[in-house]
Design a protein around this ligand. Structure first.
Ligand code: 3PY
Ligand code: MG
Length: 294
């Protein structure tokens, strides 16, 4: 959780560190606590594609020690989404699908209090010590905008130049979809990433890149990206459960297919004159008729 007296995220970025972050989608406070024990450089809660609800986000941020910064990838570029994430104690926001300088400016405005922006003051945590909080935010809050479309790549230089944008983060998956290269991250994809990276360099803005695993994270760090994803909870769970299960049992085949459902045989029509005696019921099953009275 953000400590306004000791902002950690900006300090680390200013020092020139490359952050290896853990990306959490499951919306689980317990999992956040476990992930924090591994002491990643930062934790990202993904509210765009993950399962996070507002209260769980607030609790998860509260559980993370303040020397592990938490960023929230917000669901959308809106004052409400950005304000709620920061009110919860996030030290930074990651804003998806930014395609123009105007959209980047909107994100920055939503993250900063007046006179630098239009963020509304409030929130349960901030109000515990609001004067300190507002002061700490002036320097401490980090704004990351995502470029992940062809249009965003075209406008990368203008986006990176927006005052208050601390980092541009490339969404490699959406970028592949937008470029039409999906499921391949081919040469066109590489060129697009390099274009964004170069634009950031020209504007003295940091550039990070989404990565799907540790190898990818290491490779992107080598290329100079300043924030990469070393692990994500869905992947860790899938691999962990997969390995644990495969390490124990020789897989048995699924059970044999059931034979097709037999067609019901037509039931003989019951005689209308038969009375509903127990013997007749037993003989005719559900098809018996009530005794006919004169
Ligand atoms: C992307 O790769 O598009 C992302 O947004 C990462 O989650
Ligand atoms: Mg994306």
């Amino acid at each position: 959780m953000f400590d306004p007296r000791r902002p950690t995220l900006r300090y680390r970025l200013d020092k020139g560190e490359t952050l290896g972050v853990t990306w959490l989608m499951m919306g689980s406070v317990a999992m956040t606590e476990i992930a924090a024990k591994a002491r990643p450089d930062a934790i990202v809660l993904d509210l765009q594609h993950g399962l996070w609800e507002r209260r769980a986000m607030e609790e998860a941020i509260g559980i993370v020690p303040s020397d592990i910064p938490v960023l929230v990838r917000v669901a959308e570029n809106s004052p409400l989404a950005i304000g709620q994430a920061l009110d919860a104690g996030a030290e930074g926001v990651i804003v998806p699908l930014v395609e123009t300088a105007k959209q980047a400016r909107k994100a920055v405005d939503a993250a900063r209090f007046p006179p630098h922006g239009n963020r509304s003051g409030g929130g349960v945590r901030p109000l515990c010590d609001f004067v300190d909080y507002v002061h700490g935010c002036e320097r401490g809050i980090v704004v990351v905008v995502m470029i992940e479309t062809e249009k965003g790549v075209k406008n990368a230089r203008e986006i990176a130049a927006v005052e208050g944008v601390d980092m541009v983060f490339i969404g490699t998956g959406d970028l592949a979809l937008s470029l039409g290269t999906f499921p391949h991250f081919d040469a066109r994809h590489d060129v697009a990433c390099a274009t964004v990276h170069a634009a950031c360099k020209a504007e003295w803005t940091l550039c990070g890149c989404f990565t799907g695993n540790l190898d990818g994270a290491r490779a992107r760090r080598e290329k100079g990206y300043r924030m990469v994803v070393t692990s994500n909870d869905v992947d860790v769970l899938m691999r962990g459960f997969g390995q644990a299960t495969a390490g124990f049992m020789a897989r048995t085949p699924a059970g044999p297919a059931l034979p097709p459902e037999p067609k019901p045989s037509p039931r003989p029509a019951p005689s209308p004159a038969v009375s509903a005696t127990p013997a007749n019921k037993a003989a005719n099953g559900a098809g018996y008729v009530e005794e006919q009275r004169p």
